[in-house]
Design a protein. Structure first.
Ligand SMILES: Cc1ncc(COP(=O)(O)O)c(C=O)c1O
Length: 450
């Protein structure tokens, strides 16, 4: 911890949350954002008007808004900040690299080559690696590689899975109306009907339906893309194994979307954790330590279609990006691996997450809230339900409006959760944060009015 982050952390004894404190500077920033940015936000998520804030700085598991109010963070840059906010090791690696050069493009640079060298033995499917700059780019390019390799066009995804922002991904991610399988439902305007016709949707964790869909459509299916833990829903025993076995049997590429699970469940991600080796795997989030880095890794015969030496031939699949192989991102990725390779890191964060789930469940039960806290490893969630969901429809059947209202009440008490989104925990969360979280949850239960 640097001197400045140490002094920031030392302020954590103060009350969490805004508590009515909004400085003029933050009020002005929120007003300007409203005038300048669609919806007054930077992307696809907006908090209710009265809860909006502007992030100022963070340290470990905590951050502060522009008025100086302190929060405990379970959103963690949408799961990117597994090492917490402002980790010293990454800040130093990025500063050192910045002094030597920011970005190069094309050909080779040292940090990117060293990162590929470090990653290859960790990721079971990685005979080859191609860097991108986001998870969405990774899934988009994996899909193109699968189509090039098989000469087929259709892609099967699972209902409720999120694979990014491109047209092939924004289908049946969080459908408000439920269609019959395998018809997709667009999540956004702007997706051509023709793209929808190229996608099939199956229920997650349902081996029989998947088996019959893949058998029926194998002749036109290029790939199956699957989140190993779908959002927060764990695979039932045998599900990922069935996806692996049946894709191989039917000549369909299996893409394991490890954007969230990569480096979080083990250094080798879900592949190591579940013992499943796909044909291709996609990465984002932790791989770049908070900088915009993604990757596709996989079988040499599929990945080598992106060899520029094949340009102009039917065997070439175009994959490129101005900012890929970025040196700052690669330096941050290398520093991240240095931290994650320390003994005990995963055991500790898994134990802390178990403690968090158990403690929160105890608070909710004490208040008779009808909430089940669940999750596996360093991700967790809570639903107004008495059972753990196995697929999207189980989750959609719970009272998500009430949940979002309760999550806002948690935020009023200083616990940052993205409404209706699963939560993360970083390797910097300690008993102190957990105790404050339990106390905040207790207050939220007392004041929550549905
Ligand atoms: C499983 C999964 N795949 C892909 C993506 C897209 O990644 P990005 O937001 O970096 O484009 C996400 C983002 O949350 C994700 O959770």
């Amino acid at each position: 911890m640097t001197a400045s982050t140490a002094s920031l952390a030392a302020t954590s004894a103060t009350a969490l949350g805004r508590g009515g404190n909004m400085a003029p500077v933050e009020r002005d920033e929120i007003a300007d954002a409203k005038a300048l940015l669609p919806g007054g936000v930077l992307g696809g998520n907006a908090l209710p008007e009265d809860l909006r804030f502007v992030y100022s700085h963070g340290a470990g598991p905590r951050f502060w808004d522009a008025s100086g109010n302190e929060y405990i963070d379970y959103v963690l840059g949408s799961g990117t900040l597994f090492l917490g906010h402002a980790p010293q090791a990454i800040a130093k690696a990025v500063a050192d690299q910045a002094a030597r050069g920011l970005h190069f493009f094309a050909y080779l640079n040292e940090p990117a080559v060293v990162l590929a060298r470090r990653l290859q033995p960790l990721l079971p499917c990685a005979e080859r690696i191609r860097f991108t700059t986001s998870g969405s780019e990774s899934t988009f390019h994996a899909i193109r590689l699968a189509r090039g390799f098989t000469g087929k066009s259709k892609i099967l995804k699972f209902e409720g899975a999120y694979h990014g922002t491109h047209d092939y991904a924004q289908l049946s991610t969080s459908p408000k109306t439920l269609a019959n399988f395998p018809s997709p439902v667009p999540d956004t305007a702007g997706i051509p009907r023709e793209v929808q016709d190229l996608m099939l949707v199956a229920p997650y964790n349902d081996i029989d339906t998947f088996a019959s869909l893949i058998a029926e459509h194998a002749h036109e299916l290029a790939a199956v893309i699957v989140e190993p833990i779908q959002r927060i829903i764990s695979p039932v025993p045998g599900f990922l194994e069935a996806v692996r076995e049946l894709t191989a049997k039917h000549g369909v590429v299996m893409i394991l979307d490890e954007v969230v699970t990569g480096f979080r469940y083990a250094l080798g991600g879900a592949q190591e954790y579940f013992g499943i080796t796909p044909d291709l795997a996609t990465y984002g989030k932790i791989i770049g330590g908070g900088l915009p880095v993604g990757a596709v890794a996989g079988r040499a015969d599929i990945m080598d279609q992106a060899d520029p030496g094949k340009k102009g031939t039917p065997a070439y699949v175009y994959q490129n990006g101005t900012l890929q192989g970025h040196m700052l991102g690669s330096a941050a990725g290398l520093a991240t691996l240095d931290v994650l390779e320390q003994p005990g890191v995963y055991t500790n964060v898994f134990a802390m997450a178990d403690k968090l789930r158990a403690g929160l469940q105890e608070v909710f039960d004490r208040h008779d809230m009808g909430i089940t806290v669940f999750g596996e490893g360093p991700m967790w969630h809570a639903l107004f339900s008495d059972k753990v969901p196995q697929n999207y429809r189980d989750t959609a059947a719970t009272d998500l409006k009430k949940l979002a209202a309760f999550e806002c009440e948690m935020f009023r008490n200083g616990i940052f959760l993205l409404p209706n989104n699963r939560r993360f925990i970083s390797i910097t969360h300690t008993d102190a944060e957990l105790e404050q979280t339990f106390a905040a949850a207790d207050r939220a239960c007392r004041t929550f009015k549905n």
